[in-house]
Design a protein. Structure first.
Length: 478
């Protein structure tokens, strides 16, 4: 399903390759919603209107029970494709795929220091110190840390020190240090520490990408890879539950499958105290309205995709055609989305959970440089795309906000508190919204009536892509 594509950077590297794989609280808030995304009043009771198409569909208990029995079966969360050579067009100046320095500059992250020693407390917070990023994957590639540190050295990022986490490690974990550490822990379906599973080629690429992009976004944050025994829903939910047990942090999930009503049995895994959850919205575009689990869970930040153009001084973005987005067929609209207008459909009061919430670069043609291994086992540079790439970057953004909140004595953003901060804390005020987001208004993720990007919230790129420093500042104070 969701597609993650990799291609070698033509200007600096010797070969090109492509791999497709899957991706699919804080303080209080006001009672109003972002101006510019509200439309005319909803139709009177009993009258048909454009919002009716975004109303939940009833699912009988008998049908739900029958489907729930299928959860015991192992099922893959996404499909993979063998490497394929693809061309990349060259250009002068800053060209895709982007390095950490380039995409950090494009999105307005704080500047990286000239030296990683002697940093002040504020500098450390701006780089995610004291926060934990949990990277949930199936299986585990044992070379992940070596690849992470090799990529970090290439781009002037700090190396991460390995810290063992095993069956005898007391939980929750101790507070993160003010520097990057890296741990891997195996998880069973019940959320317990288990043996670390072996490698799988498609997931190895996913793991390399997720850890490197999360580290690039929050270079001093602690990284904990939580490796599920397999890619079935129960095992992946068990890995999330183990992350919850390990202590406060942000869970990054670059995987997905079409959401089903019986997946609600796992919703409690995404509701732990002090935990934020970020997931890929999907790489199949509108896909007949399919929303992806776990991004459709109301307490999970759903991340869609854009096509990024960064000149070195100016940034523009349009909707990536593969960006997942739509309205759930059974999940009621959460409070933070109530009253939002979907301009392209003329709908003022959709009754379902809508995805994505936000977006970020995901188009392979404007992807991210990632170091992984090729079929011969050699370290190779690739360009990574898909919402699998945009999700860990957004997880890093939340880590920066939580670092500032911790310093100010505020509780960590958690669950739907993340959404409340973004929808009401940032997007409520037009001036704050413009400062915090680039409102993506061009492109589409399909040919449906709600597939076009528009001003304000839309079902292609959500609220838009971040202007990071401003978003972090607002979330820190929310």
């Amino acid at each position: 399903m969701n597609t993650m594509i990799f291609a070698r950077r033509a200007a600096a590297l010797a070969a090109l390759a492509l791999v497709a794989c899957g991706g699919g609280g804080g303080g209080g808030g006001g009672s109003q919603l972002p101006q510019g995304v509200l439309s005319s009043p909803a139709p009177a009771s009993g009258a048909a209107g454009p919002c009716d198409a975004l109303a939940p569909q009833a699912t009988s208990l008998a049908a739900a029970d029958a489907q729930a029995a299928q959860l015991a079966q192992v099922r893959p969360l996404y499909a993979t494709a063998l490497p394929t050579v693809v061309p990349l067009s060259g250009a002068s100046g800053n060209v895709a795929p982007y390095s950490p320095q380039e995409f950090r500059a494009a999105y307005g992250f704080p500047a990286l220091p000239g030296s990683w020693s002697g940093l002040g407390a504020q500098q450390q917070r701006e780089l995610g110190a004291g926060q934990t990023l949990y990277i949930v994957v199936a299986y585990h590639e044992p070379r992940t840390l070596a690849l992470l540190n090799q990529a970090a050295q290439q781009f002037g990022l700090p190396a991460c020190t390995e810290v063992s986490v095993g069956a005898g490690t007391p939980l929750p974990l101790g507070a993160p240090p003010a520097q990057c550490t890296f741990s891997v822990v195996g998880a069973d379906a019940a959320g317990n520490i288990a043996a670390v599973p072996g490698a799988n080629a498609a997931w190895s690429m996913e793991e390399a990408m997720d850890t490197q992009l999360a580290h690039a976004a929050a270079p001093l944050a602690r990284i904990v890879v939580v490796a599920a025994q397999g890619p079935d829903v129960a095992s992946m939910a068990g890995a999330v539950r183990l992350a919850n047990r390990m202590g406060p942090g942000i869970v990054s999930m670059s995987f997905g499958t079409g959401d089903r009503s019986f997946f609600g049995a796992y919703d409690d895994a995404f509701a732990a105290s002090g935990m934020s959850y970020v997931a890929a919205a999907g790489d199949d575009g509108w896909n007949n309205g399919t929303t992806f689990w776990p991004s459709a869970v109301p307490t999970v930040l759903s991340v869609g995709g854009t096509t990024l153009n960064w000149t070195g001084t100016a940034r523009s973005e349009s909707t990536w055609s593969g960006s997942g987005g739509g309205a759930s067929s059974f999940r009621a609209v959460p409070a933070y989305q109530q009253g939002l207008g979907v301009a392209s459909a003329g709908c003022t009061a959709p009754q379902r959970r809508m995805t994505p919430d936000v977006a970020l670069n995901a188009d392979v043609a404007t992807g991210f440089l990632v170091l992984s291994t090729n079929s011969s086992g050699n370290a190779t540079w690739y360009a990574a795309g898909g919402t699998s790439a945009s999700a860990p970057v957004w997880a890093g953004v939340l880590a920066l906000a939580n670092a500032q909140r911790s310093a100010a004595g505020r509780s960590l953003l958690a669950g739907a508190g993340v959404h409340d901060g973004l929808y009401r804390g940032v997007a409520l005020d037009p001036t704050v919204y413009q400062a915090g987001f680039l409102d993506v208004t061009t492109g589409a993720n399909g040919s449906c009536v709600t597939c076009n990007a528009t001003g304000g919230y839309d079902l292609a790129t959500g609220l838009g892509s971040p202007r990071v420093s401003s978003v972090v500042q607002r979330l820190a104070a929310w």
